[in-house]
Design a protein around this ligand. Structure first.
Ligand code: NAD
Length: 372
């Protein structure tokens, strides 16, 4: 029997029964087209007072993207993980300036700030992403207060339009491109065992893995390679749609704790933690393991991910970002409270602390014990 026939036989034993919500959003994709796409969207929405949110290195990109529209107000105070006081200042500006459309140009932090404003001010958002974080395709918001990051789901924060222009990611340094792309890959992997995993988001996730594992090595070989940038941005979108639909699994809950409480950088943390969570869960999720391995064209999912990590020189250990072994038990305790009980492998303080210790030191992911 061929592999395909075996797969069909496998699936025929599982009755399909699920609830899936598809989020309504317009996606415009094209290299070099962002400024033209944006002017059309602003006209179509009849917006008169546009607030552009972009910070730091994104500002130059934002000026280029918004060159054909009238910008009513610029807002450049962007901070990763969206501290509440930063969100509040942006909300006050939007209110005082009677803004009628938010345009965010930047990475997940910038999109996150636009979402925080949209949450309370009920303003529409047009997102122009410049990293592979994927926040633009989710209805998930995040805010940080007193070193604790809170996330929530609200359709009011979902950007109505996303403008993907791979040229805007050409300036993203290679190491950040790799970390950000692996952050997207983590959305795919985690969505296969997240609480609302279903066959539709699994299909998106598997195609996302395929696109990202082709795109990222191409970027590393030649950071100006448009095909690599396109594939990675396309994969990032698929990954985010899968994640938005499936919800946060164990990987996201661990990274959310590390980012919110220990202030670790978002993309790099996801990139480092991913193989350990994969090694931890995969033996307990055979269908997910089989599909990921196929998407990586590898014998096992971990083998495929490790090969990709070698090809792109992925970041390896949390200690490089200021996380210490003595923090592992506290992080495990916090994460344990929010990890979904539906995780395919039961999670204990002991096995989670062991996982975090291994990630901190950059031990071989395959050394993560496969039992409880
Ligand atoms: P980021 O937005 O903080 O960007 C990282 C750095 O890259 C910043 O200094 C930024 O100015 C710079 N940068 C961005 N685009 C660039 C470009 N094209 N060229 C050069 N420099 C550029 O990091 P991120 O990883 O994109 O986003 C992280 C944040 O997004 C976190 O707060 C995370 O929680 C959030 N996030 C949310 C969701 C969601 O669904 N709500 C999903 C993913 C990420």
């Amino acid at each position: 029997m061929s592999t395909e026939e075996l797969e069909m036989e496998d699936r025929s034993t599982d009755a399909l029964s699920f609830e899936h919500i598809t989020l309504g959003q317009k996606v415009l994709f094209g290299a070099g087209k962002a400024a033209d796409f944006l002017v059309d969207e602003v006209r179509r929405k009849k917006a008169e007072r546009v607030m552009v949110i972009a910070g730091g290195r994104e500002l130059g990109i934002a000026r280029q993207v918004t060159s054909h529209i009238d910008v009513h107000v610029w807002h450049d105070e962007v901070v990763m993980h969206v501290p509440v006081e930063v969100a509040e200042r942006a909300r006050v500006t939007a209110r005082e300036k009677k803004v009628d459309l938010l345009v965010c140009v930047g990475g997940g932090s910038t999109v996150g700030l636009a979402k925080a404003v949209a949450l309370t001010e009920k303003l529409p958002v047009v997102a122009v992403p410049t990293t592979y974080a994927g926040s633009e395709a989710t209805n998930v918001w995040g805010l940080t207060k007193d070193e604790r990051k809170t996330t929530g789901v609200d359709d009011a924060v979902l950007p109505q339009t996303v403008i993907y222009d791979p040229e805007l990611t050409l300036s993203l340094p290679v190491d950040l491109s790799v970390a950000s792309g692996l952050n997207a890959l983590a959305h795919c992997v985690d969505s296969l065992w997240a609480p609302k995993a279903d066959p539709i988001n699994a299909a998106l996730a598997v195609e996302g893995i395929r696109a990202l594992s082709a795109g990222l090595p191409a970027i590393v070989q030649n950071p100006q390679d448009m095909r690599g940038r396109e594939m990675t941005l396309y994969g990032a979108y698929l990954s985010a749609v899968a994640f938005a639909s499936a919800g946060s699994g164990i990987h996201h809950k661990i990274c959310h704790t590390l980012g919110g409480t220990f202030d670790l950088p978002h993309a790099q943390t996801h990139a480092v933690v991913l193989p350990y969570v994969l090694a931890f869960n995969a033996p307990h999720a055979p269908e997910a393991e089989r599909r990921m391995a196929a998407a990586f064209s590898a014998d096992t999912a971990l083998e495929g991910l490790n090969r990709l990590r070698d090809e792109v020189n992925a970041p390896r250990r949390l200690s490089d970002y200021g996380f210490h072994p003595e923090d592992a038990a506290e992080a495990a305790q916090i994460a344990l409270e929010i990890i979904p009980p539906s995780n395919p492998r039961s999670v204990t303080l002991k096995n989670l602390t062991d996982l975090l210790l291994a990630v901190t030191c950059g031990d071989d992911p395959a050394s993560v014990p496969s039992d409880n």
